[in-house]
Design a protein around this ligand. Structure first.
Ligand code: SF4
Length: 360
């Protein structure tokens, strides 16, 4: 099988610094190269004007600029959501989504090709896990979206404001690459993306959540909950059998205590499965006293699954029970549903020959 591409984006600032020192370059070069990559967002070493030609060639040949080839981009009817399908160097494909709100521009990025956790209602979960993404492949998704906003965004909307790891895969199952990517995005010498504006989503990998709490980063953490009790969660989110709710909630409390960050719980509402009044009351009990916010997401239809979204009245009734129970709650707007870019809808079909030929 082909390897993921070599890429300069796989290196941290310190690693790049060491590499350039090994090549006998003066120490100021690393800052220059880093700025070209993460402030100017160049795509070719040729554009690095203050870097000597010999070094530009060496960067290209020895490190490579990475390969994230857009084979298809589509926008929702209202143009607020845009989805990229990228082909990676080994032929795998991933999806990245930009969601534009009035005040926020959020990139939803992938951490793995496919996913091993097989949540019952999730399109990505149906693919199984193909492989982890490298740190460079994660970072480059953000750079593509940021470049797009700079070039085509409306005035005053030319920068990303938020990054969420809610695309394909489970970021905490690709812990090392995810954290390295976060640190690169966060680096003040480059994109300088504040940790508070980055959210990792997890299905509830308790040991990794505990580790993350001790990283000294202020990342947002979103937990895919989807059920108020173990019996149902075992069915909807199979990893619950390994890390049941008591353990998960304990890890959540630990994260909130150590980071001071309010947790977000995601609850996909599915008709006649987890949308009952009694289930809403159980959820109140489960979340009461925790520094948290609950997002209710009416199920996005995935064509080959039996689950259905609830009726609007059921969504409202569910929300009201939570509110009366003192839980901070939002019903999330369905974004990009017409282009299969909603929650649990990302699944990358291999590009057709036509798409490969017409790659944008
Ligand atoms: S919901 Fe998240 S963890 Fe579950 S299968 Fe989908 S991508 Fe994987």
């Amino acid at each position: 099988m082909a390897e993921p591409a070599r890429s300069i984006y796989n290196l941290t600032y310190d690693q790049l610094s060491e590499r350039l020192a090994d090549w006998g370059e003066p120490s100021f070069r690393v800052q220059q190269v880093w700025q070209w990559l993460y402030q100017s967002l160049v795509t070719e070493t040729e554009a690095m004007r203050n870097i000597p030609l010999a070094l530009r060639r060496r960067l290209e040949e020895d490190l490579g600029m990475g390969a994230l080839r857009p084979v298809r981009t589509i926008a929702s009817q209202d143009q607020a959501t845009k989805k990229w399908l990228f082909e990676l160097a080994d032929g795998e494909t991933i999806e990245t989504v930009l969601m534009q709100y009035r005040r926020r521009r959020t990139a939803c990025i992938s951490a793995q090709v496919g996913c091993a956790f097989a949540c019952a209602f999730c399109a990505t979960g149906q693919m199984g896990l193909h492989r982890n993404l490298t740190a460079g492949e994660i970072v480059q998704q953000v750079l593509v979206v940021e470049r797009f906003l700079r070039e085509e965004g409306e005035e005053k909307q030319r920068q990303l404001t938020n990054i969420v790891f809610m695309g394909m895969g489970e970021p905490l199952a690709n812990y090392r690459a995810t954290l390295q990517a976060v640190r690169t995005l966060h680096d003040p010498r480059g994109l300088a993306f504040a940790g508070r504006r980055i959210t990792l989503s997890t299905v509830g990998l308790v040991p990794a959540m505990r580790r993350l709490a001790d990283e000294g980063l202020e990342l947002g953490l979103a937990i895919s909950l989807h059920a108020p009790g173990d019996e149902l969660r075992d069915r909807l989110v199979p990893i619950n059998r390994q890390f049941p709710l008591a353990q998960l909630m304990d890890a959540c409390r630990n994260y909130a205590n150590k980071t001071g960050r309010r947790l977000t719980f995601e609850y996909t509402l599915i008709r006649d499965v987890n949308d009952g009044h009694e289930q809403a009351r159980q959820l109140v009990q489960r979340l009461r006293g925790l520094l948290c916010h609950l997002n209710i997401i009416p199920l996005n239809p995935v064509s080959d699954r039996a689950f259905q979204p609830p009726a609007r009245a059921q969504v409202d009734a569910f929300r009201q029970i939570l509110e009366r129970g003192g839980i901070s709650v939002t019903v999330r707007m369905r974004r990009g549903i017409d282009i299969q870019a909603g929650c649990g809808q990302l699944r990358s079909p291999p590009p057709t020959r036509h798409q490969r030929r017409n790659a944008v």
